[in-house]
Design a protein around this ligand. Sequence first.
Ligand SMILES: *Cc1c(COP(=O)(O)O)cnc(C)c1O
Length: 368
Amino acid sequence: MSKQLAPAYVRAIAPYQAGKPISEVAREFGLDEAAIVKLASNENPLGMPESAKLAMQQAVAELGRYPDANGFELKAAISAKYDVPQSWVTLGNGSNDILEIAAHAFVQAGQSVVYAQYGFLVYALATQAVGARAIEVPARDFGHDLDAMAAAIDADTRLVYLANPNNPTGTFVTAAQLEAFLAKVPADVVVVLDEAYNEYLAAEHQYESTAWVRKYPNLVVSRTMSKAYGLAGLRVGFAIAQPEVTDLMNRIRQPFNVNSLAQAAAIAALNDQAFLARSADVNRAGYAQLTAAFDALGLRFVPSFGNFVLVQVGEDDGAGARVNLALLKQGIIVRPVANYGLPQWLRVSIGLPEENAAFIGALKTVLA
Ligand SMILES: *Cc1c(COP(=O)(O)O)cnc(C)c1O
């Protein structure tokens, strides 16, 4: 056999498929960009907070310099908000970066990583990127089967990824279930609890994951500024974990992984309670609007705790792709999820009332 440029595990990676950008759909389908509705990447339909925009404008003057490699002020803001020492915080270029840093820090080729069927695709990518073996645990009712996940942990398992709420299914496991799971995981296996959608949880579902970080030295809680905080384009995420684990992750982290504008914007957004509350309100109303329409159309959907809904648009395995294409032609971008093993389903991000209405109108036409 001839020499290969990359190891087999790298060649086996199927690149991440992001939501189609508006400009690309406009070009491909000959549409006006302004008329396109994008509900494909779980972005905040309110856009970025004004407070973050102002903070960035002020930070522009210093762009000739490198960012603060340790993100002192941003870590201080996170530390104050979550009541943890700054030495417990790792900054990421989006929380994707955190997920990858964890794989590189804790797993070597040949060892294994546990995650769930329908778990966020980046878990599989990060696992493959380090040449590790994936242990994908079958889902239960589209969500994490935590008992099965605990049982699946092998002698060579170094890491468990789990998202709560999960993307793309929107499922949620309760605080009690999670805590029971954490108690079962061996102390030398790191658990990354990915809480990208935490800010959307209703008050009765909220729980204190940072309290678990105090109790479990192997727990990494991952958060993002991309969803409820409206900063997806800036790429900011962070992890909270005890110092030993944090120190190891920081050895892998690129020194300037979060740029100066992003740091400034994140500090402002973290403290913008009004924006967060408005985002949750818009999401709650949009969820009611979308699910009422699905009910009226007789479409099955998975009850969601995030800012998106997984909806079944047909009974055959071509349904997702077919309906997706028909929606694109009408200028509606949603997310097909065949790559998650869900070819009959689409994932729709919750938008503004008029965006949801445009999607519902187009869906009715397509399904008629
Ligand atoms: C969107 C998302 C993320 C992170 O996105 P970043 O923009 O990289 O912070 C992480 N996990 C899940 C489950 C997500 O859906």
